[in-house]
Every structure is written in C-alpha cells, then in structure tokens.
Design a binder for this molecule. Structure first.
Ligand code: IPE
Ligand code: IPE
Ligand code: MG
Length: 250
C-alpha cells in the first residue's frame, strides 16, 4: 500500500488496548470498494472481488480475537442484480467458491455460518446447495456466528416478515416489534452494535434497515480489499469512544 492511500496509516487499537467489557456483541460490515480497488490497479472489477477474500478472512480472525459473538458481512445486495451479467455471474461463482475454499477452516475455528437474504430463483441452485452444506457443517459451532448477507435487502427482509405475518394470520392488534422481528431471517440475532462501511461512502445501501436503528456507524475510506483486522480494531476503538443513549439521557 502507498503511504498516501486510505488505510495506509491505521490507528493503534489492539485487542489489549480495547475495553474487554465494552466489546460490541454484533459487528456488521458493508464490504465496499472492490471495483475501485481494482480500477486503481488497472485490473478488472472482478479482481477486486477476488482480493476481498483475504480481507474477509482477516476480519473474521480479528473478530474472533476480540471475542465478538456475531459478525455479519454484506456480500451481495438485492440491488446488485443491476450489475452487468458477467459481474453478477462472477459474484455468484466467487461466493460459492469462497464457501468451498473456506468452510473447513471456518469450521475448525468454531465459526457457525449462516445466511441472511432471499432464496429466490436468481440465485443458482448450486450456490444454494453450498450455502446449505456450509450451514449444516458448522451448525453446532458456538464461538462466533458469521452471517453472510447474500441477496440481502433490508426492505426485502421487512417485506418478507410482513408477508409471513399475513400468512400466519396475525391480527393487527398483535403486530408489534417482537412479532415482526420473529419473522426476520435471523430472529435470534441481536441488533448490530457497530456497523462498519468501507470505501468512503456514507450510506447504508439497504443493509439491516430495521436492526441498525441504534447501531453506531463507523465509516472508513479504506477500500474493502485493503481492510484488515487492524482496521476492525480501530473501528471498535472509535465505537468505544461513543456514548450510546438510545433516546435517553446519559
Ligand atoms: C463491493 O464492492 C462488492 C459488492 C457490492 C458485491 P463494489 O463492487 O461495490 O466496488 P465499488 O463500490 O464499485 O468500488
Ligand atoms: C453495498 O455496496 C452492497 C454490498 C457491499 C454487498 P454497493 O456498492 O452495492 O452500494 P452502493 O451502490 O454504492 O450504494
Ligand atoms: Mg460499491
């Protein structure tokens, strides 16, 4: 990395300097900037996605070091189908390959793999099969739950929950936060304490709309393929300097 590149001068937070009692329980990441990372190197966008694999694995390692229980990674959004067919095809194959390459090592580390998103006809069957196999393989792990948000949209998740409420015949008077949450993709998952978005974009892009009502948001200019556990530690350092009030007074 050149010294003037974003992320070239990371902070100094380490698992030892962070406050153990104030660790986020759930961290969610928007892995963004793969295309720009590749463009800067004169490479095709898909090389940027490929380079994101190392960032993902190092982030998982970092989260494990911190003792984070839930890690959610935004891998493919319901809007990403708008991309050129070649890139979409690449991303489907890449995510399938990633599971094949990495599920055993994730399993060995005690990581439980889950998926959040729509299982619609656009997701190739083979990919769905790999997803199901990875979930089954790692189901009994409890050290950390890694949720891949794949064909995920926050609005779609809310729509799906509302459809389920209607299908279940829930009367209007019984519709509340709890009834809605119970119908999300991962009902037992706590809301993210910290959301990290890379690549210098200051938006949510349809990620976990309901769940991040009171999440702390950290934005970094680092492009996803350059992201490493040090950046995660720095984001947690920033999180620990925030004062969460949930609408109350501190
Ligand atoms: C994130 O990187 C990966 C996905 C959204 C699948 P991008 O592909 O969005 O990269 P940029 O934002 O164009 O640089
Ligand atoms: C968000 O990134 C989705 C994922 C990281 C999977 P995008 O690149 O799709 O978001 P926008 O288009 O910049 O909002
Ligand atoms: Mg992007």
């Amino acid at each position: 990395m050149h010294s003037d590149e974003p992320g070239a001068n990371p902070g100094t937070s380490t698992p030892a300097t962070l406050v153990t009692g104030a660790m986020p329980v759930h961290i969610a990441c928007v892995m963004d900037g793969n295309g720009r990372w590749a463009a800067r190197r004169g490479l095709p966008r898909t090389d940027g996605h490929a380079a994101g694999e190392a960032a993902l694995l190092d982030t998982v390692e970092g989260a494990l070091e911190l003792g984070v229980s839930w890690l959610t990674m935004y891998a493919f959004s319901t809007e990403n189908w708008r991309r050129p067919p070649d890139e979409v095809r690449y991303l489907m194959g890449f995510n399938e390959g990633l599971l094949m390459r990495r599920r055993d090592e994730l399993n060995d580390k005690g990581v439980r793999i889950r998926f959040a998103g729509r299982r619609d006809w656009r997701v190739p069957r083979r990919v769905l099969r790999r997803m199901d196999e990875s979930v089954a393989l790692t189901e009994s792990n409890r050290r950390m739950t890694l949720t891949m948000a794949f064909n995920y949209g926050g609005r779609a998740e809310i729509v799906d929950a509302v459809r389920a409420l209607v299908a279940d015949g829930v009367p209007a008077g019984k519709v509340d936060d709890k009834a809605i949450r119970a119908r999300f993709y991962q009902p037992e998952q706590p809301d993210p304490d910290l959301v990290v978005r890379t690549s210098g974009e200051y938006r949510i892009s349809n990620f976990l709309l309901w769940q991040l009502a009171y999440s702390e948001l950290v934005f970094t200019d680092v492009l996803w393929p350059d992201f490493r556990r040090q950046h995660l530690f720095d984001a947690v350092g920033e999180y620990q300097r925030r004062r969460r009030r949930y609408g109350g007074v501190s």
